[in-house]
Design a protein around this ligand. Structure first.
Ligand code: FMN
Length: 151
């Protein structure tokens, strides 16, 4: 994306207060421990639901492994989405489920993933192409400079 377009933050050493200065947020999350949120994200997420993010636009992406964890594919992405729904933010960057093979995912709402899903274990060759398309999509709908990148 380029550091001229986004500030990069690490949730392990950040707090949700730091989101408040931005109008557009890009948050990324892997799924760990069979459908679980990774520890660094857990603490951040437990505080996130207390914040008012109304007026902010949020794009989400998640990392997962569809072959080894087909029933909990990118579940943490769905959990993050559910927490953010309580904050009043609006979402951009949902993503089609076509092109993936899995049994179940908490990240699918209304037939689409709530954000971009990347599978570096099984489809690393598709990552750049997916990212290019997704970034074009979100920047077309949100032509802003201030972007928070959660991981
Ligand atoms: C112990 C363990 C549990 C995992 N559980 C899931 C899971 O439930 N669902 C999923 O989609 N991916 C799961 N994964 C795959 C990771 O999300 C995937 O490898 C991801 O690329 C990790 O990103 P990171 O290396 O940036 O942390 C798991 C991986 C490990 C090692």
């Amino acid at each position: 994306m380029g550091s001229d377009k986004a500030d990069l933050w690490d949730v392990e050493v950040s707090s949700p207060e730091e989101l408040l200065g931005y109008e557009v947020l890009i948050l990324g999350i892997p799924t760990w421990g069979i459908g679980k949120v990774q520890e660094d994200w857990e603490h951040f997420m437990s505080r996130l639901e207390d914040f008012d993010l109304s007026g902010k636009k949020v794009a989400l992406f998640g990392l997962g492994d569809q072959e080894s964890y087909p029933e909990t594919f990118a579940d943490a992405l769905g959990k993050l989405y559910e927490v953010l729904q309580k904050t009043g933010c609006s979402f951009t960057g949902s993503w089609p489920v076509a092109g993936y093979s899995f049994e179940g995912s908490a990240a699918v709402k209304g037939g689409r993933f709530v954000g971009l899903v990347l599978d570096e274990e099984n489809q690393p060759d598709l990552t750049n192409e997916r990212l290019d398309k997704w970034l074009k999509d979100i920047f077309t709908s949100t032509p802003k400079q201030n972007v928070y990148h959660g991981r």
